[in-house]
Write a protein of this length. Structure first.
Length: 537
């Protein structure tokens, strides 16, 4: 039936600088062009028609939108010169109603840009929104936050995807509750959210909001009969930093969130870090040079005996300051060293350097300085190097005994090659070294291997310790690790103690040793010795 109605056509003349409009009103009305439509039309594109009429153009097409609310209508307006009306500037105007097409396209676009589960913008929609903000010009005052839920896949695996969906909706609701109306929350992936944040102040504002977002998830979620804790890691990219496109900003935030997963704290994207990691080759050559030119140092962090407040040992931690003064964190260069094989010379250097420091402290105190030394051993180094021989050599070079050392291994060592790892451990034990399991709880936590291996000590990962006071689930985990250790005859060190309150809680729970910023950050050898003397006098 619609086909029978001719496209609304009108003749428009330009007489004495005024547009005169002769239309077939019925046809116009049929096209939804109701009363007053002509005026609106001339209002919107009158200037364009006048330009057409005074130009040499013979035909042109102009998009037209009438109304700017939900019921606005869209037309394709075609202007064509009338060859038979040469006495006045005149044209034939045809309106093609495009409203239905436009609406379909808009709803399709909306659908493509929306996450159907939460109703939030999805990755694509978020990209468009960030693009709009960039085009807006007020560039200095916004940030993109990438939010990654930790261990979310476990919920799906254990409770089914329906529960996972329910949880995601609740998470979205809580996150949204923290944000202001001008901020945008999006779900950019399975367990990934993102925020386009309008900054009131500087970057601190973004950190503040990140903290609030994390705080919003602290309270466990109630899913049927279960109470589920969800943590998140957050990475931030600042709009002011770069001349980038939306895609770059989002990628930078995602890069920062990956880093945040490793460091356990909110990270702001820093271009030089990205360059370093992107250019594996560059960091590798620089690290090689760094080893040769002795740019690496060891820092020492005390480990306290919680029963008497004395320093039991120091953990040796690698530090790299490049000649141009840049500090590169071991979180960034140890993985590169592992991938490139440089971890073998690096690990050898660290062991030797740690022994050298301990031997010096002994000499300074005229005998046994009273502390032991903990050295990290990478799983890759364990595979590639003859650790036992290397350790024996270091001991004899510095005239020390094996019982002065703790070797810290991570769980990955036992997954990669359990048999050879066991052989190495037995050889180290034969030299009376202590074996500690580092970052315990973050890896595979397979109890079967714990029982089989000669492990003396468990180091409870910082991520459980630091969140303990705010999260009862973490207290439960720490308590479980402590009783497990006790049952297996192992001692325990809690990492990442930052407050006295945490220390007291851990003492009450029966943890033997503690390490963290509350006592001291990693410091250089001289400062460490001074601390030892002062503390253990
Ligand atoms: P890790 O063995 O778990 O070392 C503890 C890390 O936690 C250190 O970071 C330390 O500075 C940090 N830390 C200690 N107390 C606190 C605290 O209270 N709060 C917070 N937020 N952090 C605390 P660092 O020095 O950046 O080392 C990171 C990781 O790099 C180490 O984690 C270790 O896995 C690796 N690493 C460092 N040096 C060496 C090395 O010589 N050889 C090998 N294979 N790995 C190393
Ligand atoms: Ca360690
Ligand atoms: Ca650790």
């Amino acid at each position: 039936m619609l086909d029978l109605i001719p496209a609304p056509t009108a003749i428009v003349d330009l007489i004495d600088g005024r547009l005169v409009f002769i239309a077939n009103n019925m046809a116009f009305r049929a096209a939804g062009f109701v009363c007053g439509g002509e005026a609106a039309l001339l209002d919107a594109i009158g200037d364009r028609i006048a330009t057409f009429l005074t130009s040499a153009e013979t035909r042109c097409s102009v998009p037209l939108q009438i109304g700017d609310s939900v019921d606005s209508r869209y037309y394709d307006v075609t202007l064509a010169r009338c060859p038979d009306r040469v006495s006045v500037a005149s044209c034939l105007m045809t309106l093609l109603d495009q409203t239905a097409e436009q609406r379909t396209e808009a709803s399709l676009r909306r659908e493509m840009n929306t996450d159907s589960l939460t109703g939030l913008a999805n990755r694509m929609g978020f990209g468009d929104l960030v693009d709009e903000r960039i085009a807006d010009g007020k560039r200095a005052r916004y940030a993109v936050l990438a939010i990654n839920l930790d261990r979310f896949s476990r919920v799906n695996a254990c409770m089914g995807s329906l529960s996972g969906d329910e949880l995601l909706i609740s998470v979205a609701r809580r996150l949204k509750g923290v944000l202001r109306g001008c901020d945008v929350l999006a779900r950019t992936g399975g367990d990934e959210f993102a925020v386009l944040l309008t900054l009131r102040g500087g970057p601190d504002d973004a950190i503040l909001v990140a903290g609030r977002l994390q705080q919003a998830l602290v309270q466990p979620f109630q899913l049927s009969d279960f109470s589920i804790s969800v943590d998140c890691s957050i990475g931030i990219a600042l709009g002011e930093d770069t001349e980038d496109e939306a895609e770059d900003l989002i990628r930078h935030a995602q890069f920062a969130v990956k880093r945040s997963k490793r460091t356990g704290q909110t990270e702001i994207y820093r271009p030089h870090l990205f360059d370093i990691v992107r250019s594996q080759f560059s960091i590798e050559t620089r690290l090689r040079t760094a080893l040769e030119e002795r740019q690496l140092r060891l820092a020492f962090q005390p480990i306290y005996d919680l029963s008497n407040g004395r320093i039991n040992s120091f953990e040796a931690l690698a530090r790299w300051q490049t000649p141009d003064g840049q500090h590169i964190s071991p979180v960034d260069f140890i993985p590169v060293a592992e991938e490139s094989g440089l971890i073998v010379p690096l690990g050898r250097w660290a062991m030797d350097e740690a022994a050298r420091a301990l031997a010096l402290w002994d000499r300074q105190s005229g005998g046994h300085c009273g502390a032991r030394m903990a050295v990290n051993l990478s799983a890759v180094q364990l595979q590639r190097d003859d650790i036992a021989a290397m350790f024996a050599e270091v001991l004899s070079r510095h005239d020390l005994t094996g019982d002065r050392f703790t070797i810290e291994l991570t769980e990955s060592a036992f997954i990669v090659d359990p048999d050879s790892t066991l052989q190495t451990m037995l050889a180290l034990k034969a030299m009376h070294a202590t074996i500690a399991m580092d970052d315990f709880g973050t890896g595979y936590s397979n109890l079967a291997y714990l029982q089989k291996l000669p492990i003396d000590k468990l180091k409870i990962d910082r991520s459980f310790v630091s969140g303990m006071l705010a999260d009862r689930d973490k207290v439960a985990i720490v308590r479980a690790i402590l009783s497990l250790a006790q049952a297996l005859g192992m001692r325990t060190t809690a990492e990442g103690i930052e407050t006295q309150e945490l220390e007291q809680t851990l003492v009450a729970l029966g943890c033997a040793f503690g390490q963290g910023y509350f006592y001291s950050k990693p410091i250089d050898a001289d400062a460490a010795y001074a601390m030892l003397v002062a503390r253990n006098a």
